[in-house]
Write a protein of this length. Structure first.
Length: 255
């Protein structure tokens, strides 16, 4: 880029260049006024010269200086236009970042709203399941209720069917016997926790019974015996459920 100081220096040379470009008066011929030798004169501009051809050196210098100045300011204009385009590009980039940020925030809000809705739906389903189970427990309890010869509700002692005397059931039956003794002696505030543990132990014993049935080919009498054992386990399970709701096994003994 040509600096303005260079242009000023070029302009300072104009008077000198103009002096060089001036045409001096013709001098007398050494051959005298009537001498035959004359200085040939040529036109400053050839006939076929273009219109922008300088007729004098001074005009050429001025035209050159003007071209330099014009080129300089054209460069300045181009540079300014480039800066404007760069600023516009940066503004568009910032605007795009803002749009992307807003889109990301909207997406996060939608995801969080969906998760909240799923949690709310899960809570509602769990509550509905609990309500249905609470309504179903009395019906199931009446269906699978154990007799006093099967369960002593005052002491919590269990009288197992003979099929549970097998050694493979001893671990499960021992856990249930211990839990029912605790349940019979527990205060109402603790019956819910113990009842939950009894339900889990009954599920394990029921699964064990299913495994035994699947590994054996049972005839009709044996299948009925298995059905009675499974029904007994369900009776223990719903006994614990109802006890957890009422708070005491003793209150169930009089029913």
């Amino acid at each position: 880029m040509i600096r303005p100081t260079a242009l000023i220096a070029a302009a300072a040379l104009l008077p000198t260049l103009s002096a060089w470009g001036q045409i001096s008066e013709p001098t007398a011929s050494p051959y005298g006024p009537g001498g035959s030798h004359t200085t040939a004169s040529y036109p400053v501009s050839p006939p076929n010269a273009p219109q922008f051809h300088s007729s004098t050196l001074q005009e050429g210098v001025l035209r050159g200086t003007a071209s330099v100045i014009q080129a300089y300011y054209n460069g300045q204009i181009s540079h300014a236009q480039a800066r404007i385009l760069l600023a516009e590009a940066r503004a568009r980039e910032i605007q795009l970042r803002v749009i992307n940020t807003e889109a990301a925030q909207t997406r996060r809000r939608l995801i969080e709203a969906e998760r909240q809705q799923q949690r709310q739906l899960k809570m509602e389903n769990e509550l509905l399941g609990q309500q249905l189970e609470a309504a179903r427990v009395p019906v199931r309890y009446a269906e699978y209720r154990l007799s006093p010869e099967q369960l002593d509700r005052r002491s919590g002692e269990i009288y197992w069917p003979s099929a549970f005397d097998h050694a493979s059931f001893s671990a499960d039956t021992y856990v249930l016997e211990k839990l029912f003794l605790e349940l019979a002696a527990a205060p109402p505030a603790d019956t819910g926790y113990i009842a939950t543990r009894i339900e889990e132990a009954c599920e394990r014993l029921a699964n064990h019974l299913r495994e035994v049935r699947s590994n054996l080919e049972l005839d009709a009498q044996q299948y009925q015996h298995y059905f009675d054992c499974h029904r007994f386990v369900l009776g223990l399970k719903y006994e614990a459920k109802v006890c957890g709701l009422h708070g005491s096994m003793y209150s169930l003994a009089s029913q």
